[in-house]
Design a protein around this ligand. Structure first.
Ligand SMILES: NC(=O)c1ccc[n+]([C@@H]2O[C@H](COP(=O)([O-])OP(=O)(O)OC[C@H]3O[C@@H](n4cnc5c(N)ncnc54)[C@H](O)[C@@H]3O)[C@@H](O)[C@H]2O)c1
Length: 448
């Protein structure tokens, strides 16, 4: 028999699982703040005991607090954002992308030295080919007892691109089952998409990002000054994720990308030239992309719903991206361009709108076609995998219904798929380079 205690609320009530006659007691504990593990996470729950004295129904939820901030000069000693977090903890445990360490390591170390905060730093090579369970294990060794023995409420600082945010985020999710982290995204993709994302992961043997956990950073800092040193190909790559949000959610962002996308690419978001007007546009583009993304992601952090515009371009691409060894942004843009022709075939989009989407991608050098789309078995396999991933209720492929809006296709039949591929192929043959983009293939495959 369950006894009432001073910090326990108990009452009699019915529930969904138990009929009114069966339900005996609802038990809730009023846990005291002094016992809390972390300032970012809090769990709630109640149990109901049945009259049979043989079963309980548990209902539990967990709330997290996370912040995303645009910032200027994250490692400038005058910027106190990181110092305020880490000085009260007496140290900073950090994981930094190898390339970023070469470029910004001195600044990062100087920042913590200036604020007299000891730094325990792990440099991690984070190529797409390193996105494996082995890399996660190595990071766990660093975080764990044989490394710096990070505390369960101690936010790990992660500095790098989308690959590092995925693998280091997963290592944090696994360490103590949930260790917080702060993400400083140093690529366009990490700044506006992978960085604040709750989806931490590694690649599976055939399917991208298939092993992981929902574990968003508690703080994401977006500082476009890092884009100055990016290879232009990686700036272009990130623009695909911006176009994704523009097409599905924000027509003004789409107009801005049509008008200024090429200049933003050439100037790495106004970091290579002193152009105040362009810098303002760069900030607006980044903020709008982040706002659209967080509007849908922040309200559905655990993917318990599949109406996710940010999955546009990501329905078939997780299967064909590794098979064709494409850069992520190019795989997404091929997925988006194909999706726009599919939406046209389904009567969701006009020819003019389809052309605007394809032309914007192509103008930025993003690929809009690859012959791998003609591999029907692979496309169907990708569709089957995605359907399972999305819960079997439907394929729920986001497809545009105009510029700035989308709907979700529950199913795409073999006939529709084949016909859309053919129409898309014919359309892309009329484009420069048959729709192939600039630097579309991964360059980090030749491992040392
Ligand atoms: N979790 C998610 O929701 C999500 C969303 C989008 C993408 N992703 C993943 O993100 C990955 C792609 O991320 P990415 O495009 O950031 O690639 P990336 O992390 O591979 O970074 C690209 C390259 O740039 C280097 N780099 C990073 N910052 C730099 C800087 N400031 N200056 C110079 N070089 C720098 C990196 O070392 C790397 O060589 C893919 O694996 C994709 O699956 C995840």
């Amino acid at each position: 028999m369950v006894q009432s205690k001073p910090n326990v609320t108990a009452s009699s009530a019915g529930s969904q699982a138990f009929s009114a006659a069966e339900a005996q007691q609802i038990i809730q504990f009023n846990h005291l703040a002094k016992y809390r593990t972390s300032e970012w996470y809090v769990g709630h729950g109640e149990i109901q005991a049945s009259n049979s004295d043989r079963s309980f129904e548990v209902s539990a939820s967990y709330t997290l607090r996370a912040e995303v901030k645009l910032i200027n000069g994250v490692f400038n000693p005058d910027n106190l954002t990181l110092a305020e977090v880490y000085s009260r903890r007496g140290r900073c445990v950090a994981i930094v992308d190898q390339t970023v360490d070469k470029l910004y390591g001195a600044e990062l170390r100087g920042y913590f030295e200036y604020h007299e905060i000891p730094l325990q730093l792990e440099v991690c090579r984070a190529w797409e080919s390193d996105k494996t369970p082995d890399t996660v294990h190595n990071l766990l060794r660093f975080l764990g007892k044989d490394g710096c023995d990070v505390a369960r409420n101690e936010p790990v600082l992660v500095v790098g691109g989308g690959v590092l945010s995925d693998v280091a985020g997963l290592a944090c999710a696994l360490q103590h089952r949930r260790t917080p982290y702060i993400m400083v995204g140093t690529t366009v993709v990490a700044a506006i998409d992978a960085g604040p994302s709750p989806r931490t992961c590694t690649n599976g043997s055939q399917f991208k990002n298939s092993i992981g956990a929902y574990h968003p950073p508690v703080l994401t800092l977006v500082d476009r000054n890092f884009f100055r040193t990016l290879e232009t190909g990686h700036v272009r790559n990130g623009m695909a994720e911006i176009i994704k949000m523009a097409v599905t959610d924000d027509p003004i962002l789409f107009d801005l990308m049509e008008q200024h996308g090429v200049r933003l690419l050439e100037t790495h978001f106004a970091t290579l030239e002193d152009d105040a007007a362009l810098a303002e546009i760069a900030d607006e583009v980044i903020y709008r992309a982040l706002f659209s993304y967080m509007k849908h992601e922040g309200t559905n952090m655990f993917e318990t719903y599949q109406d996710r515009p940010h999955a546009y371009g990501h329905t078939w691409s997780p299967r064909f991206e590794p098979a064709a060894k494409l850069m992520h942004g190019h795989a997404v843009s091929i997925g988006m361009a194909f999706g726009s022709t599919l939406a046209l075939e389904m009567g969701w989009l006009s020819v003019a709108e389809r052309d605007r989407i394809v032309n914007l991608c192509a103008a930025l050098g993003l690929s809009v076609y690859h012959p791998i789309l003609e591999d029907t078995n692979l496309m169907l396999e990708g569709q089957k995998n995605m359907r399972r991933k999305r819960g079997e209720g439907g394929l729920w492929a986001p497809l545009p219904t105009g510029i700035g809006s989308c709907n979700y296709a529950q199913d795409v039949s073999l006939n529709t798929l084949e016909s859309a591929v053919k129409t898309h192929q014919q359309h892309c043959l009329t484009l420069a380079n048959a729709g192939h983009g600039t630097e579309m293939y991964l360059s980090d495959l030749g491992l040392e």
